[in-house]
Ligand binder design. Structure first.
Ligand code: FES
Ligand code: FES
Length: 910
């Protein structure tokens, strides 16, 4: 078959049934991404004879005689296409995994299509940005600015990888194929709970191309947690690499390693597994009742499961004061039960890893992981390897949102590499992402709150049941966090909390943006709205009367002992005022568009500790290079959250240069040092602080050396634009580097930050919306968000985190829901049936920042990547109540649920 790709003629024959996406990737066009392989996400968009197509649905043979353009071929003669230029200037991406496809679609739009972007971009999903930056790019908005030497912090400087992202040159985990690469596929359990009696593998092994079959007989007989944390003792050791007992539909049963994906899949189909089905339980409250099947009844105390007989993975109890007294003092009391559903992270790059033995025989894993150092530690422990015999590193990652704070693929890839001695890769399908990875924890939260007539809270009580699914990875930790800041943000003398993380025979839950707070925040912030309404107090005024102020304790459970959270800064009052002013700026609520609509307004707040508890470590090294630029080695991983840009900015500001004068090596255990990982919003406040310290130490070394060279005091010297300067005297850094080398002086330094003490960040969200009485549809009329991020290091990026967090949370508030049938099977395991927010679904959010500067964060910054997600469902619920007078206590607020409730209250509209 002959066809032209990016102007170059190819004579290649596709395999029978091969799609254009894999065909192009095999020709080296790695900018053609896979998000779904089902025509739903657009990450694979290319042009065929100038028209955009989803190449995963386009049979490769149909390209015969046609001209195919991929992102790599969009630029002409070294000149970027205007749409690439536009995405560069607006920084229309975060992780960038959707970007090549998005640009290909956008570049093909004519003037009339550009007038209707919701329709024109229907086939392209972005999970990160909330589409605001994408719309800016297409509309020609310039968002980036360039920094002068030493002033990068506070500017919207572009991501260092921006050009690579928009040109398709950025390399993600799977954009690489070492010679002799084998493919791994997993056979997954059809049963929610069963014992594996035997696995017949002879037929599979007899298939051509099949190299190995791995079962529980081949795996280490060790239990561990797939969650990755610096301190592992909080996570139950309940998971085996390949277990004899399966506890959810979709659990790994066996792996087939073969020359091709097709051969590995064929091998899986030939495996003969004899299961003994066991009783299963799917509801968390049922699972706690006496007589429910004990899902981890085979485990002893070494697994650190709180109560295996009652299926309790972890529990939290605590009180302050006496809630009975507090409720007795209250003039108004509200009680309610709030239910949040299971949702998927849906990062466009699925879980994936590739492994091999390097020339020294070291196990080397190229992973899409938020925790390369912790994953190395886990692999070394699992396979009894010396830490020095394992390397884990990351290339660019296509999103994570917490899901990649989990070891879901690296362990089985490592086993396959060690068994075969060959390079092996595993890339989850989109279906596996729904059935075999992790989700947000569904929770049922009972809330009771009381207040006096003057609007002061007297008592707060919460009971949380969190469904951790079949495994306890993150279950106890998420529960603990869910029971913390949402209660801690309110001044109240009497508080009581009880929480349970409960096993069920469902797909495991795990870390997810917000780490439990969005679920409990829904209950707490809805309850505050109810109290304000009962008392006739404006909801913002009610919060102002009750939220903590600097000096107040922020304790929600237990004692203050060991509580390392401080008010490094405080901007909650500003956030409340910013939202109030913004939402009221255009007058009161607009009239309903017609009699079919009801309109309402609601708000909610959130507080978040700026790092996880019990230490989060980052070690960074910095050195002066021979050419007078700097090299920074950082452990933390960049998965679209913009941390690398922030590190460039911090380093450039401390070292008196521009981001161009900095080279960053990141997320590779070979860089030395240690890094806990990119989770808990720590990329700026922990790793960024370590970068600041390393660069400051390096600056002092350089200045001291410069002073010694010039025989004068160090104090008068400073760094400026590639030189050490003292008044009119200037020594170029390249010259200093050469002199230091000649004298055997090291101009390198390191910095370490262990994440304690921590500060607090705040978010406030308000919505105005309209609800259709005829069908329950919700139309967002206004979305306003204020964030207290301390000093904002990169306003464009930080705004993007807020917009993206709001959009992702809107999906969970309005329609995303993993459906699980009576046998524990996920029934909507694809984007088409799951419904991610598309361009037309997401309103523009007006973003405001409080004017604060934190004493604990680098350059006064605080974290701001998870927390914008947290107040959204409550703010929507409160606006819905305002519009309808109905309290909706269950997410998602789907039109059918809304319509049924409206019809019950108002009758059906004729
Ligand atoms: S990978 Fe082709 S549309 Fe998603
Ligand atoms: S930037 Fe669009 S999916 Fe990450």
């Amino acid at each position: 078959m002959t066809f032209v790709v990016n102007g170059r003629r190819h004579d290649v024959r596709p395999r029978p049934g091969q799609c254009l996406r894999t065909f192009l990737r095999e020709l080296g066009c790695f900018g053609v991404k896979k998000g779904c392989d089902a025509g739903d996400c657009g990450a694979c968009t290319v042009m065929v004879d100038g028209d955009p197509v989803h190449s995963c649905l386009f049979p490769a043979y149909r390209a015969e005689g046609r001209a195919v353009t991929t992102i790599e071929g969009l630029a002409r003669n070294g000149e970027l296409h205007p749409m690439q230029q536009a995405f560069l200037q607006a920084q229309g991406f975060q992780c960038g995994f959707c970007t090549p496809g998005m640009i290909m679609t956008a570049a093909s739009l004519n003037q009339s299509q550009l007038q209707d972007l919701p329709w024109a971009l229907k086939g392209n999903i972005c999970r990160c940005t909330g589409y605001g930056a994408i719309e800016n790019a297409i509309r020609g908005v310039r968002a980036v600015e360039h920094a002068q030497a030493g002033d990068a912090v506070g500017r919207s400087v572009p991501a260092p990888a921006a050009r690579a992202v928009i040109s398709g040159a950025a390399r993600y985990t799977m954009d690489f194929a070492p010679p002799g690469l084998l493919h791994l596929k997993l056979l997954r359990s059809p049963h929610a709970h069963a014992r594996i009696k035997s696995i017949g593998k002879e037929e599979a092994l007899a298939l051509p191309g099949v190299r190995a079959v791995l079962t529980f007989e081949d795996a280490p007989r060790k239990f561990y947690s797939s969650a990755r944390h610096e301190i592992e003792s909080g996570d139950p050791d309940d998971t085996a690499l390949l277990d004899r007992i399966v506890r959810f539909v979709g659990q790994r049963v066996a792996a087939v390693v073969a020359d091709s994906e097709a051969a590995a899949e064929a091998g899986c189909r030939k495996l003969e597994v004899d299961y003994e089905p066991l009783p299963a339980v799917f509801d968390a409250e049922e699972a706690m009742r006496p007589g429910a099947p004990a899902i981890h009844g085979d485990k002893g105390p070494e697994a650190r499961i709180r109560d295996p007989v009652r299926n309790i993975a972890g529990e939290v109890h605590g009180d302050v004061g006496n809630v009975q007294t507090g409720f007795a003092e209250a003039d108004v009391i509200y009680e309610g039960t709030y239910v949040t559903q299971r949702v998927q992270h849906a990062h466009l790059e699925t879980h994936c890893a590739m492994g091999w033995l390097d020339e020294a025989g070291r196990l080397t894993i190229r992973a899409s992981s938020q925790t390369p150092f912790l994953t190395r530690r886990a692999l070394a422990g699992l396979f009894d390897l010396d830490l020095a015999k394992v390397r884990v590193f990351c290339e660019r990652m296509g999103g994570g949102f917490g899901a990649k704070q989990e070891m879901l693929v690296e362990d089985i890839v490592a086993l396959a590499v060690l068994k075969t001695g060959r390079p092996v890769k595993l890339e989850f399908t989109r279906e596996e992402q729904f059935t075999g990875s992790t989700t947000r924890h569904p929770m049922r939260v009972r809330i009771k709150v009381g207040a006096r007539r003057d609007g002061r809270l007297t008592a707060m009580q919460m009971h949380v049941v969190s469904n951790t699914g079949a495994y306890g990875n993150h279950g106890p930790a998420v529960l603990f966090h869910a029971c913390s800041e949402c209660f801690g943000v309110y001044r109240c003398a009497n508080k009581k909390l009880d929480g349970y993380a409960v096993y069920t025979n469902t797909v495991p839950a795990g870390a997810f943006r917000g780490y439990g707070l969005p679920q409990t925040n829904f209950a707490v912030e809805s309850a505050m709205d109810e109290l304000a309404r009962k008392l006739g107090i404006d909801p913002i005024e009610f919060r102002l009367r009750n939220v903590v102020r600097p000096g107040d304790p922020m304790i929600s459970v237990g004692s203050e002992e060991g509580h390392d959270v401080e008010y490094g800064s405080y901007g909650l009052d500003q956030c409340l005022s910013l939202v109030k002013d913004a939402i009221e700026r255009n007058g009161g609520l607009p009239p309903p568009p017609s009699d079919d609509w009801l309109v309402g307004q609601g708000m909610a707040l959130g507080m978040i500790d700026t790092a996880p508890p019990f230490g989060h470590i980052a070690e960074v090294s910095a050195a002066l290079r021979e050419d007078g630029t700097f090299e920074i080695a950082i452990g933390t991983a960049e998965f679209g959250n913009g941390t690398t840009t922030v590190h460039y900015q911090i380093a450039a500001s401390v070292l008196g240069t521009t981001p161009d004068g900095i080279r960053v090596r990141s997320s590779d255990t070979d860089n030395g040092g240690h890094d806990t990982g990119a989770y808990g919003s720590t990329g700026t406040v922990v790793a960024g602080r370590a970068t600041e310290l390393a660069c400051a130490a390096l600056r002092e070394k350089i200045l001291s050396f410069a002073a010694a060279q010039a025989s004068g005091p160090q104090a008068a010297w400073s760094l400026a634009d590639g030189a050490a300067v003292r008044a009119a005297r200037r020594i170029e850094l390249a010259e200093l580097a050469a002199a230091a080398r000649a004298k055997g002086v090291s101009l390198a330094a390191s910095g370490r930050w262990d994440g304690t003490p921590r500060s607090v960040a705040f978010n406030v969200q308000a919505f105005r919306l309209a609800v259709n009485k005829r069908n329950g549809a919700i139309k967002i009329l206004r979305s306003v968000h204020a964030a207290d991020a301390g000093r904002v290091i990169n306003p464009m990026q930080c705004r993007g985190q807020v917009e993206g967090g709001v959009a992702q949370s809107l999906g969970a508030a309005l329609y995303e829901e993993m459906a699980i049938d009576e046998n524990g099977r996920v029934t909507n395991s694809n984007f088409r049936n799951y419904h991610l927010p598309q361009f037309g679904d997401v309103p523009r959010t007006e973003v405001f920042f409080a004017d604060t500067s934190d004493t604990l964060g680098p350059f006064g910054a605080k974290s701001m990547s998870e927390s914008p997600y947290n107040p959204i469902n409550a703010a929507i619920g409160n606006a819905l109540y305002d519009a309808t007078g109905i309290r909706f206590c269950q997410t998602p607020f789907k039109p059918d649920r809304i319509f049924a409730a409206i019809a019950r209250k108002f009758g059906t509209v004729e």
